[in-house]
Design a protein around this ligand. Structure first.
Ligand SMILES: Cc1cc2nc3c(=O)[nH]c(=O)nc-3n(C[C@H](O)[C@H](O)[C@H](O)COP(=O)(O)OP(=O)(O)OC[C@H]3O[C@@H](n4cnc5c(N)ncnc54)[C@H](O)[C@@H]3O)c2cc1C
Length: 342
């Protein structure tokens, strides 16, 4: 498969060489070790300015650890917007979803920002804030004096982070975050926070397709290895037509997904991705990742169901792709509306 964009050689070696060896521990512990985060930082994972490069890093990480792909992605979606605002390097988390629900963002938006001195103070509770465990900075959607606005808060005693124990994307640093008058600055145009948050979410949607592509490639590699090495009734599994057809179809659809992601990433203008392409890529990717991880598990037999195995992890993680960054139904509705408008 061809690359989606260029990334530093050291980062490529880290994601393809070392990450597979620690992916299981990240999954078990629901946390990326400090040392690995520092290595990712050193190798440039948190300074990928161009979208094609960001998508490539997310894809390669997700072959073994979709959670690490997610950490790089969520930081990248925010970095695009706030990179110019931060003095010191540090991981950024995106805090939009509230306890009332994530689809109806505005209807559930209770977090508030009040002017204070030259800046603002943010107060409220967010859930499912990915990267929160590792973040130095938090991009927060709150109701400000002129309406919904994006703010940037730095980690301090006024920001409490409580890890969430999900079955999926374990290690993505997902947490409930409480802001108790946390100091913040504006990170966008006052009153246009929802639209600007959606721009970041569109990059996230395309990134979810890149996670999906990584999952498909990781699952396909495991399936092919099994088909080469495992013998049944005196011949390799790879000589049976059923498995051959399954992997061939997955590989063909993965090529189409790759082309769609590449097209959308290279057509992006700065942080702006075409929302239709991003939604289509996410919907297609999630379905394909679920299918590919199901097939890989099937071909592994009972071993494929072993707790913390690669195939079990890819199956669990592929499920999140239909919920995070917008539920599947919402995206399908959006695609249909665009089609009906012509
Ligand atoms: C692993 C993970 C990471 C996440 N990371 C972040 C993050 O970093 N920052 C952040 O702010 N949020 C994050 N989220 C939250 C995510 O954006 C929300 O989960 C998502 O928007 C859906 O919101 P909800 O879970 O509250 O479901 P709800 O909004 O309650 O919806 C529940 C279900 O109802 C159905 N539904 C909803 N609306 C419609 C509709 N219009 N038509 C038909 N069916 C509908 C769908 O099946 C949907 O799954 C993350 C979530 C997950 C799972």
């Amino acid at each position: 498969m061809a690359s989606l964009g260029s990334i530093p050689g050291g980062l490529r070696d880290l994601l393809l060489g070392e990450l597979p060896g620690v992916a299981e521990a990240i999954d078990r512990d629901n946390r990326v070790p400090e040392g690995l985060l520092s290595r990712l930082e050193e190798e440039g994972a948190f300074r990928l300015g161009e979208l094609p490069s960001l998508m490539e890093a997310v894809r390669l990480a997700s072959r073994s650890s979709p959670a690490v792909g997610h950490v790089i992605l969520i930081h990248g979606t925010a970095w695009c917007r706030v990179g110019r605002l931060v003095g010191e390097p540090g991981i950024v988390a995106v805090s939009i979803t509230e306890p009332g629900g994530g689809t109806d963002v505005l209807g559930n938006l209770e977090t508030r920002a009040e002017a204070s001195g030259g800046g603002y103070r943010v107060t409220g509770v967010k859930v499912f804030t990915s990267n929160a465990l590792y973040a130095r900075y938090f991009l927060v959607l709150a109701r400000g004096p002129e309406g919904p606005t994006l703010y940037l808060a730095e980690r301090s005693g006024a920001v409490s982070v409580e890890p969430m124990d999900l079955t999926t994307l374990r290690g993505a640093g997902v947490a409930r975050v409480e802001y108790r008058g946390a100091e913040a600055v504006e990170a966008g145009t006052p009153g246009r926070g929802l639209r600007e948050a959606l721009e970041a979410i569109n990059v996230g949607r395309l990134g979810y397709a890149a996670i999906a592509l990584g999952i498909v490639e990781g699952a396909l590699e495991a399936a092919l290895e099994r088909m080469r090495s495992h013998r049944v009734f005196g011949k390799p599994l790879g000589e049976y037509q059923g498995p051959r057809w399954m992997v061939a179809e997955i590989a063909a659809e993965a090529s189409a997904l790759e082309a769609l992601i590449r097209e959308a990433a290279s057509a992006a203008e700065g942080c702006r991705v075409d929302p239709l392409r991003a939604a289509m890529a996410k919907v297609l990717g999630a379905r394909l990742a679920q299918r590919a991880s199901w097939v890989a598990t099937q071909l592994m037999g009972g071993r494929g169901l072993a707790r913390w195995s690669l195939t079990e992890r890819l199956s669990r993680d592929s499920r999140a792709l239909d919920i995070g960054e917008g539920a599947r139904e919402v995206l399908l509705d959006f695609i249909a509306s665009r089609l009906l408008k012509g």
